[in-house]
Write a protein that binds this ligand. Structure first.
Ligand code: FES
Ligand code: FES
Length: 211
């Protein structure tokens, strides 16, 4: 059966936009100062600002943002599932916008503000979405959960800003339906199928926000 033209999932659009952004930033990254070690790979110096803290790193320019977070900064809350932009486990917020960290080069993120799951709590208090996921059992194994929560934070902000969803006939701001939340969160896969509880957690959180 032929799909209607508007039936493009957020995942497809997300991948396309991320790839476009990545290659644009890659051109800039090629001009960045670099250093090399004898008999070792060329390294690029990059300053990453993660959860409000600046980190100066020397990275192989092929290092993904995901590997920089996990392997160089020890922030293992961001998970690696597919490493190919298909599962959403690696979702972080870059300048407030959700992004698959496995699809972005770390050197292209210089100057950006990156927030990971470790940076959502403030003053020892969980983010409202974190509290709602606990309350509604929005997980089983928990592997997808950091990505789900970061993605939901970015998604609720998109709704507040009136960003339309990929499927144009769904309602936009200020409150999204369960159907729209499922569509907007379709880039985040849960292999434990905790979807009903994830949606319940997000619905409760958005109802607590000003409309
Ligand atoms: S690990 Fe990045 S989308 Fe799956
Ligand atoms: S809770 Fe196990 S993959 Fe989502």
């Amino acid at each position: 059966m032929t799909s209607p033209p508007h039936a493009i999932t957020r995942r497809v659009l997300g991948i396309a936009s991320v790839v476009t952004a990545m290659f644009g930033r890659e051109m800039q990254a090629q001009t960045m100062p670099s250093s090399s070690r004898p008999n070792g790979p060329t390294k690029n110096n990059v300053r990453l600002t993660v959860n409000g803290q600046a980190h100066d790193l020397a990275l192989d320019p092929r290092t993904s943002l995901l590997d920089a977070l996990r392997d160089h900064l020890g922030l293992a809350g961001t998970k690696k599932g597919c490493d190919h932009g298909q599962c959403g486990a690696c979702t972080v917020l870059v300048n407030g916008v959700r992004l698959n960290a496995c699809l972005s080069l770390a050197v292209a993120r210089e100057g950006d503000s990156i927030v990971t799951i470790e940076g959502l709590a403030t003053d020892g208090k969980l983010h409202p979405l974190q509290e709602a996921f606990v309350k509604h059992d929005g997980f089983q194994c928990g592997y997808c959960t950091p990505g789900q929560i970061c993605s939901a934070v970015g998604m609720l902000d998109e709704i507040q800003r009136g960003v339309p969803s990929a499927v144009g006939d769904l309602a936009a701001a200020p409150q999204a339906s369960g159907t729209e939340i499922r569509e907007r969160m379709s880039g985040n896969i849960c292999r434990c199928s905790a979807y009903p509880n994830i949606v319940a957690a997000i619905m409760e959180t958005q109802q607590g926000r000003p409309g």
